[in-house]
Every structure is written in C-alpha cells, then in structure tokens.
Design a binder for this molecule. Structure first.
Ligand SMILES: [Zn+2]
Length: 359
C-alpha cells in the first residue's frame, strides 16, 4: 500500500523547472496565510507562511542559497496537500519561509546580493536575510527546524546518484550526540525508511563536520532538533521534478513522525552511507585528448554549468577533470569509440564533444 497521497493531486503545477523566484511564487501565496517578514538586500520581500494551530512548532526554510529551488517546489506541494488535508495539522504549527534569499533566486546564485553565503553567516548575522531567519527562529520558538537545500550532481552514494541527502548537523566539534541531535537523526531515519522502497540506494548522509557559522549547526546548538535536507540528482531529471516528488514525501514522512511522536531508531541514520563526490554529468572513458600540448589517453569528466538565460536555466557542459577516473561514474557514459581527440582545456569544445557523440 502506498502510504503517500497521490502526488498528481497535490503537485503545484504552476511551478516547474530550476528557476524559481518570488515572481513565480507570488501568485500562489494568496491561498495561504502569508506575510512579509523582511526585505532582502536589494529590497525584495521575504515571505512567510503560517499554517496550523497545534502545539508542536516546525520551522522550514528554503532557498537560502538562491539557486537551490527544488525544496521550494516541494514546499508549495506540501502547502497544497495540507490545505486539503487540514487534519494533518491537528498537532502542528508550521512556519515556512519558501525563499529566504530572493535576490539570489532572481540572479540564480548561491550567495545573496552582497555575495555572502547565508549558510556561513549564522554567528555574524551580517546580512539582513540571516537576521530575518534568526528573528523568526527566536520569535516562533520552533520545536523542530528544517534547513532545505539542493546539492550538486557530483554527489553519489552506493555508485548511484544521491537523489536525497540528509544530515543531523553536529552541535560541537566532537560531533557528539545529545537528545536534540539524536531526535534530528531519528527524523532522518524516519525519512530514510519511508523513502527506501522507492530510492533506497540513492539516499546519502552528509559530512557532519561542525561549523558554527552554518545555520543548521547553530540551531542544533541552540537545542532545536534541526535536519538538513538536500535535494539531488535523479537520472534524466535535470529539472529536478522527480526529486521534487521524493522531497515532498520526505516532508510528509517527517511531519507525520513529529505529529505522532513516532520516530525510527537512530541506528538507521548511522547506517545511511555517506555521500561521496564521485559523479560527473558525463564521463568519457578511455579517450584521446590534448592537455597542455601533450596528447594523452585517459578518462575525461564533463560537468554542466547552470546558466540563467531568458528566465530559464541552460545547462552548458564544461571540462571538469581528466586522467584515471575509473573510480568515478557519469550520469551519462557515452560510447566514445568514434570520438576524435580533442583539446581538453578549450571550454567551447566540451559542447562540441557532446555534439560529436550525438547524445
Ligand atoms: Zn545549499
């Protein structure tokens, strides 16, 4: 039995693709109890949606990195689902910030308009967006927090792309587990077990090095169980619409666990394999290429650059690595038998290589 609602009935079909900004979500907010809780560096509104009046408070924010929009799409799916299933909210009170960094979203950058990474600003609070989030944290006083991101296509697990990655961030240098971090890890366990029948081998655990300037680490240190969710690559899904669906299920699993105080065992979290940087968008095995004037034979990895063009994201291939990449994988590994040698350092020729391979 599928424990989830039929996704087609909840998906917010007005959102699609990778380029998601305030302009895209503005028309959708009138369906929800929303307000403006601050303005970005360049003056764009930062929206917050409140839902439910239950006793357990959950804070979720997305797109603190402006070009990481998948979890935002899933949040709007979640809102649609909860609007038609209000009984889910009997025990819950949600505060949702769908786009914390609207300037970065508009420019399709990780950083904000001052070129600052907001996820390295938790102590300094040097940026207005960081302060807006911290004020919401201090005023709402959540019982749980969700820090929502996208990860690059380079991450893999079990030799497969890491479609969803989870992390219960550390609260100290020794990466100890107290009751707070354990609860966050149990949330991750719950999500892992629920998603396992669908994408079990494509769920990874992120590196838990402690960085008090990361917001998740800071909130965990403040005693609020905080979970990092990273939306990643799913085969043939560069628009991340399939991943979006899995992330929606992750939200549903987590909220159900919180509402019913029913969590999977922390040992499940520890059994999730760690992410590794093992993937290229394209891996060309055993090809000839010219590098710094020398003809070589080996493997070549190509990685897409995501470029904002005419209000959508173009994927432009670029050379990333060469040599013995036999331990790596490509999301696409084309047959290169008929490929002529190419100049590894000339960026434009990366696309020419793909054209030659007729992919
Ligand atoms: Zn991020």
């Amino acid at each position: 039995m599928n424990p989830f609602p039929p996704y087609s009935s909840v998906v917010e079909s007005k959102l699609a693709g990778r380029y998601i900004t305030n302009t895209h979500i503005d028309p959708l907010l009138s369906d929800y109890n929303h307000s403006i809780i601050g303005h970005s560096t360049s003056g764009l509104p930062i929206y917050r949606i409140r839902m439910g009046t239950g006793s357990t408070k959950v804070l979720m924010w997305s797109q603190m990195h402006g070009n990481e929009s998948t979890t935002t799409k899933s949040l709007l799916d979640l809102l649609r689902f909860l609007n038609t299933n209000p009984d889910w909210l009997d025990n819950l009170q949600l505060s949702i910030i769908p786009i914390l960094n609207p300037d970065g979203a508009k420019a399709y950058t990780r950083v904000n308009a001052n070129q600052v990474d907001l996820n390295r600003d938790a102590i300094d609070l040097s940026q207005v967006e960081s302060r807006v989030l911290r004020e919401e944290f201090d005023q709402f006083l959540p019982d749980y927090a969700f820090n929502l991101h996208d990860q690059r296509t380079i991450f893999g697990v079990n030799g497969k792309p890491a479609t969803v990655s989870l992390l219960a961030p550390a609260f100290d240098q020794n990466r100890n587990y107290n009751s707070c971090r354990t609860l966050a890890a149990q949330l991750a366990s719950t999500i892992f077990e629920g998603l396992h029948p669908m994408i079990g081998s494509q769920i990874g655990r992120f590196d838990d090095s402690f960085n008090p300037n990361c917001v998740g680490d800071a909130f965990q240190s403040a005693g609020v169980p905080t979970l990092l969710v990273e939306a990643g690559h799913c085969p043939d899904d560069y628009e991340r619409e399939k991943t979006r669906e899995y992330v929606f299920y992750a939200y549903v699993l987590a909220l159900k666990a919180i509402a019913t105080s029913s969590f999977s065992d922390v040992s499940v979290y520890h059994s999730i394999p760690e992410n590794q940087k093992l993937f290229f968008d394209f891996l060309l095995r055993d090809v000839s290429y010219l590098e710094n004037g020398d003809m070589k034979r080996g493997d070549v990895g190509l990685q897409y650059k995501e470029v904002l063009q005419n209000s959508s994201i173009a994927f432009q291939a670029a050379f990333s690595a060469s040599g013995d990449l036999s331990h790596c994988f490509g999301h696409i590994e084309p047959n290169c038998e008929k490929l002529d040698w190419f100049d590894f350092k000339i960026e434009e020729s990366a696309q020419n290589v793909l054209n030659t391979l007729d992919l």
